[in-house]
Design a protein around this ligand. Structure first.
Ligand SMILES: Nc1ncnc2c1ncn2[C@@H]1O[C@H](COP(=O)(O)OP(=O)(O)OP(=O)(O)O)[C@@H](O)[C@H]1O
Ligand SMILES: [Mg+2]
Length: 302
């Protein structure tokens, strides 16, 4: 018996080792599939399981299915984006023409007070539609990624200062004290100056629009272990935790904002601009109020 066991030992050892090797390889491939699914679920639809072709086993089959599904999803999303930007593009010009005609009627015709009021209302509406289309087109352009090539060194403090100078009077008129808190010297990020300006402007405009009764609005530019950090905070009603992801979607507005002006595209643009800059955007409770935090990647690593 003992002899038999000793005789079998090498074979058992080899079988055990081979089994362990196969299990380890299978585990690695399952991990790769799981990691890809996780990345896809996070919204990166270009993620694919690598090394699935040609083996013909079960795991390869699952990997290929995941890749097919991701490809179909990516194509669908990109064609939907194309359609929405095509619609925005095609409708922008006729609407602008309508606005021009209304403007001409208003300036070249003698109107009663009632007619003039109606025309002003119609012009406001066309303005709103044109602005919505412009924002949708800009979103499509940012998401298209072409701007990525023009990113260069930009001083975030300088951008924030310019925006604050520009919006200070409007904020003041509406009862807000808009201030900048920044570390001495430059806080440089790799970015697009115009888009970064728009991002800060959208956030400050949001505080001005959605905080009733005025109060402080603080734009802060700091650095944390090599990362530039921008925060914009107010002392208004804030955004409930359950709504913070939803307000980043296009055209989504909180119930309480239905009566204020806007299209629900400002924060979608901010989110797209953050993504373009590989910056992490979070909406937080400023207790009370909203604090928007944007953390840029380490400049020295890029
Ligand atoms: N500072 C804030 N305080 C409270 N609620 C806010 C604040 N900023 C945004 N919100 C809420 O989030 C919603 C979405 O904001 P977003 O900027 O995308 O759209 P909007 O301001 O309504 O319109 P737009 O920016 O297109 O003119 C707002 O309608 C509002 O309900
Ligand atoms: Mg807004």
């Amino acid at each position: 018996m003992a002899v038999l066991l000793i005789g079998l030992l090498p074979a058992l050892l080899i079988a055990g080792l081979a089994g362990w090797g196969v299990a380890r390889r299978a585990r690695r491939r399952i991990n790769a599939i799981q990691a890809t699914l996780h990345t896809l679920a996070g919204g990166t639809l270009s993620a694919r399981v690598i090394g699935v072709d040609g083996r013909g086993d079960d795991l390869s089959g699952i990997g290929q299915d995941v890749n097919h599904m991701a490809h179909a999803q990516e194509t669908l999303v990109s064609s939907m984006r194309q359609i929405s930007s095509d619609i925005a593009h095609d409708l922008k010009t006729p609407i602008q023409r309508v606005a021009l005609v209304l403007d001409r009627v208003m300036n070249k015709t003698v109107l009663t007070d009632g007619q003039e009021e109606l025309l002003i209302g119609a012009l406001d509406e066309t303005d709103r539609i044109v602005r919505t289309f412009q924002s949708l087109l800009q979103l499509a352009q940012i998401e298209g990624g072409a701007v990525r090539d023009r990113l260069q060194a930009v001083d975030l403090t300088d951008v924030a200062r310019d925006i604050i100078d520009f919006l200070e009077v409007e904020a003041d008129d509406r009862g807000f004290a808009l201030t900048l808190e920044a570390a001495d010297g430059e806080t440089v990020v790799r970015g697009d100056r115009q888009l970064l300006s728009q991002m800060i402007s959208n956030l400050v405009q949001n505080a001005i629009t959605h905080v009733p009764g005025g109060g402080p609005i603080v734009v802060r530019v700091t650095q944390d272990r090599g990362r530039a950090v921008l925060t914009v905070s107010d002392r208004g009603p804030g955004i409930p935790a359950s709504e913070r992801e939803k307000v980043l979607r296009r055209l989504y507005r909180l119930e309480q904002s239905r009566t204020t002006e806007g299209n629900g595209l400002g924060l979608s643009l901010v989110a797209a601009i953050c993504e373009l800059h590989d910056a992490v955007l979070t909406l937080e409770d400023n207790a009370p109020g909203l604090m928007v935090r944007i953390v840029f990647p380490d400049w020295s690593q890029s």
